[in-house]
Design a protein around this ligand. Structure first.
Ligand SMILES: Nc1ncnc2c1ncn2[C@@H]1O[C@H](COP(=O)(O)OP(=O)(O)OP(=O)(O)O)[C@@H](O)[C@H]1O
Ligand SMILES: [Mg+2]
Length: 259
């Protein structure tokens, strides 16, 4: 895994609060391995979600990417046109958002919203799209996939919304998934199922995953590499076993004792 599917260099994200600038991501460097799963771990507020959202340029307007480059296929995404980003989002690079409720539009059914990805990025006809949505909902362990298609986001539990979002993220066989706490609302059985799914997709679709998580058990089971984030910086990055067995940085050791 010498190749990186994506390279982040000197990424710096700031927010202005009442005229004072706060640095949220501080000159971050990170390589996401090709066909690999990189876990991004770190305490609450360390900047993990901000990093993930920066890649797809989906940060809230209050946040500003001050400098840095995000290389993907020898192109800097931070300089790409908005049209180019629209082609990438959901197609080549997709995101499982940390907050599934705000990620879905409340006025459309989840089936419609998953189908929209297929409508935008494929030329499948209507009935093929419907069938594919059902299949996707089944793959992520949704009960009654057909009935689920017509449900609205608020009619689902947090765990169901999370699964629907994973279904949406994998709908068109992306190359890279940014999964932000993808199983935080799921019970152990469903967590295991999603982990198995990610492992399978990695192999079959040669998918790369940036897995943002607090769950060190999941990291141990799934990740090839771990990057530890603290106060907007990567303090340690290496193969999973090495980081879990012999953490070098004091912050990593602290994280493992508490987390
Ligand atoms: N829209 C915003 N306005 C102001 N501050 C923000 C905004 N979004 C994020 N922040 C701040 O940026 C810092 C990093 O937030 P981020 O959500 O990236 O952390 P995180 O590592 O994902 O945390 P968690 O593990 O709790 O999800 C936090 O201090 C947060 O308060
Ligand atoms: Mg977060």
């Amino acid at each position: 895994m010498s190749h990186a599917v994506m390279r982040l260099r000197n990424l710096t994200v700031v927010v202005n609060v009442l005229g004072r600038e706060r640095v949220l991501v501080d000159g971050l460097n990170l390589d996401i391995p090709q066909e690999g799963i990189l876990a991004l771990v770190g305490g609450s507020g360390s900047g993990k979600t901000t990093t993930g959202l920066s890649i797809l340029r989906l940060l809230s307007p209050a946040l500003e990417i001050q400098r840095g480059v995000i290389f993907y296929k020898s192109k800097d995404l931070l300089n790409a046109t908005e049209a180019h980003m629209r082609q990438l989002r959901g197609k080549e690079i997709s995101m499982v958002f940390q907050e599934p409720l705000s990620a879905f539009n409340p006025v459309f059914s989840i089936g419609y919203q998953i189908e929209e990805v297929l409508r935008f990025h494929t030329d499948l006809g209507r009935s093929r799209r419907k069938a594919r949505v059902e299949e996707l909902l089944d793959v992520v362990g949704m009960p009654d996939p057909r009935g689920m298609r017509d449900k609205y986001p608020h009619q689902l539990s947090g765990g169901m919304r999370q699964r629907a979002m994973i279904a949406q993220a994998i709908a068109v066989d992306p190359k890279l998934i940014i999964a932000d706490e993808p199983t935080s609302n799921l019970d152990v059985t469903l967590q295991a199922r999603i982990m198995e799914l990610f492992r399978k997709l990695k192999k079959e679709l040669k998918l790369s995953i940036l897995l943002i998580t607090h769950d060190l058990g999941m990291v141990g089971h799934l990740a090839d590499e771990v990057a530890v984030m603290h106060q907007g910086r990567i303090v340690e990055h290496g193969p999973t076993q090495q980081i879990l067995d012999r953490p070098q940085h004091a912050y990593t050791r602290e994280l493992m004792e508490t987390g």
